[in-house]
Design a protein around this ligand. Structure first.
Ligand SMILES: Cc1cc2nc3c(=O)[nH]c(=O)nc-3n(C[C@H](O)[C@H](O)[C@H](O)COP(=O)(O)OP(=O)(O)OC[C@H]3O[C@@H](n4cnc5c(N)ncnc54)[C@H](O)[C@@H]3O)c2cc1C
Length: 459
């Protein structure tokens, strides 16, 4: 039987931290990467949260193969113990890395489809012999690129979860779009500041982005009189929302939770728990009224900031065969490793090609996208994923299966901000994931994994 032409490029979707690291690994193994990035620059998603300071240090944000590729340019990890902002991560690392990759990175190239060349997903024949094709939209029009493998590192930033507690946009949510934001506002920007200063603001969500926003709004409330913030949690109680504090193995992540807790107790923020938004209505006086599925109605607000997580865009993968977990929309073999029901310490066991392989040969989901709707993704995880995936594509099974990473724990033993058990009832988390109460306060699990799927890809 003929083989897919191994001289073809490996297409990487997205020039974010995971995609660019994948390209560096591919190059390091003598393969030809082609990174297709929808945005005009490297790290287009990261740049959209440019003002947020990361809770990972520089030393945890640089991929090894990427550093090797950058070294001849004189590049060095900037202050390994410092915490960059999103802007610094993009400008000082992602862009130089993309520049080092040269014309192997194409900007303004949005991937809108992946398929087996000439065959839809129903046909068995030729799946092991025909290459993949990647449909791309650029300013110049449509294009089809032939590839030996596709690494989808397109993240989830483009699809924030809606305000609606059932995962669908709340009734009236779309009509109120001019008053609803789905990103952490940059309150150092005068225009953004003016939008919220002296206003009644509802912040919805309980993850790290929501905590970041609460800290920023509490500072604004100190300075701009009349600013009032109501914090809406879908979960029944605050519980461990503020994270593990000093027990968090990422100190800056623990500190964020502590600052948010202080902001709430300082009195500028009113907390409402157990509120699942069903509808958004205009009150007739220019404000919005949120109504819950229980029929509770909040006092009118001027602005709503929805920070309830993200979901993957699977639309352009409709013609390839995927095996995804029905709850998290993550690769099925990965889901148990990141499911808060199972790993409630926020710990994620190292994993790679074996867990990420799909029924469609040579197609992998990596980076933030590989987590589907699960939270607490760290770029360190993505770097280990792409090391392993690229080894599998290169046919190096030993390296593909090796686990080379220990990930920091959140220090929270009842979920990485997820578990929502009200009166003993199983409920759903801020990302709409159904979870039950639980805890795993035991020691970190050994690095060995029960490997579920074979390392796919090579025939
Ligand atoms: C506010 C915030 C703070 C965070 N802080 C940390 C932290 O401290 N430490 C940490 O490790 N992680 C942190 N994260 C998680 C962080 O997002 C990831 O570590 C990292 O950005 C994920 O990288 P990625 O490459 O998987 O996805 P992304 O960074 O989202 O990159 C995906 C890229 O794909 C492009 N793209 C999307 N769709 C297409 C398409 N169809 N065709 C072509 N290109 C496409 C996008 O434009 C983007 O450039 C944070 C996330 C947020 C939102």
């Amino acid at each position: 039987m003929d083989e897919v032409d191994r001289g073809l490029p490996v297409v990487v979707v997205g020039a974010g931290p995971a995609g660019l690291a994948a390209a560096a690994h591919l190059l390091g193994r003598g393969l030809t990467p082609l990174v297709l990035e929808a945005g005009p620059v490297a790290g287009a998603a990261v740049r959209e949260w440019h003002h947020v300071r990361l809770f990972s240090r520089w030393g945890e944000l640089v991929d090894e193969a990427a550093a090797k590729l950058l070294a001849p340019t004189g590049w060095r990890t900037p202050g390994p113990d410092r915490y960059p902002t999103g802007q610094e991560w993009a400008q000082l690392y992602l862009q130089p890395l993309a520049d080092a990759l040269g014309d192997r990175v194409r900007y303004g190239a949005r991937v809108v489809g992946v398929a087996r060349r000439g065959w839809d997903r129903v046909v068995d024949a030729a799946r092991g012999t025909e290459p993949l094709t990647v449909r791309v939209e650029t300013a110049a029009g449509e294009e089809r690129i032939t590839a030996q493998a596709v690494i989808d590192a397109s993240g989830t930033w483009g699809l924030p979860n809606p305000l609606g507690g059932d995962g669908l946009p709340a009734l009236g949510e779309r009509a109120a779009a001019d008053r609803i934001r789905y990103r952490v506002p940059d309150l150092s920007d005068p225009a953004e500041r003016a939008r919220y200063a002296g206003k009644q603001v509802a912040v919805v969500g309980s993850g790290h982005s929501a905590l970041t926003a609460l800290v920023a709004f509490a500072e604004l409330a100190e300075e701009a009189s009349g600013t009032q913030v109501v914090w809406l949690l879908r979960r029944g109680e605050i519980g461990d929302t503020f994270g593990g504090g000093d027990a968090d193995q990422l100190p800056a992540r623990g500190a964020l939770g502590k600052r948010a807790a202080e902001a709430v107790s300082a009195g500028h923020i009113r907390t409402v728990t157990g509120f699942r938004t069903a509808a958004v209505e205009h009150d007739g006086a220019g404000r919005l009224v949120l109504e819950s599925f229980d029929g509770a109605r909040l006092d009118p607000v001027d602005e709503v900031v929805v920070l309830t997580g993200f979901r993957p865009d699977l639309s352009f993968l409709s013609e390839v065969r995927l095996d995804l977990d029905p709850v998290l929309q993550a690769p099925r073999a990965l889901a148990p490793l990141i499911d808060p029901n199972v790993h409630s310490c926020g710990t994620v066991y190292p994993h790679g090609a074996r867990e990420l392989a799909q029924p469609e040969p040579d197609v992998y989901l990596v980076g933030m996208k590989s987590y589907g709707r699960a939270p607490t993704f760290l770029s360190l995880t993505g770097y280990e994923q792409v090391r392993s995936v690229v080894a599998a594509i290169a046919g190096d099974r030993e390296a593909a299966e090796r686990v080379e990473l220990v990930l920091p724990e959140t220090g929270v033993c009842s979920g990485g901000g997820l578990v929502d058990e009200v009166d003993g009832q199983t409920s759903t988390d801020e990302a709409g994931t159904e979870v039950s109460g639980g805890g795993c306060c035991g020691p970190a699990a050994p690095a060995e994994l029960t490997l579920i799927a074979p390392v796919g890809a090579r025939r």
